[in-house]
Design a protein around this ligand. Structure first.
Ligand SMILES: [Cu+2]
Length: 120
């Protein structure tokens, strides 16, 4: 013989369980657009918290450019007038430079930004 659980009670149990799971697991999602123009990153500083899920759209205005963060093994290149979008989890706290690693143009060496990952 099956025992019937009233629908309202079942709905409440599911809602409670969903809420509890959400509080434990849902990562903070952060979205940024970084533009490279005339050998300058805008913005040149990104601040997130450890374990945030970070989505970056990198856009190169005019000439091709790249966006590199060594510690996170991120190397993204966008052609002139194009964008590239990528995600990573900010699992290492600290301060990390981002830069352009293209070698064709000496001014690329001046392209500098900073990613700050704050410990929780
Ligand atoms: Cu460059």
């Amino acid at each position: 013989m099956r025992q019937r659980v009233p629908g309202a009670v079942l709905a409440l149990l599911i809602a409670t369980a969903t809420l509890a799971a959400g509080q434990e697991q849902a990562p903070n999602r952060r979205e940024f657009t970084v533009t490279a123009r005339d050998h300058v990153f805008t913005p040149d500083r990104l601040e997130v918290s450890k374990d945030d899920l970070v989505k970056i759209t990198f856009r190169a205005e005019g000439r091709p450019s790249s966006f590199v963060i060594d510690a996170y093994r991120i190397v993204k290149r966008a052609g002139g007038g194009q964008s590239v979008t990528f995600e990573f989890r900010a699992d290492q706290p600290g301060t990390f430079p981002y830069y352009c690693n293209l070698t064709g143009d000496p001014e690329c060496r001046n392209m500098q930004g900073t990613l700050v990952v704050k410990a929780r």
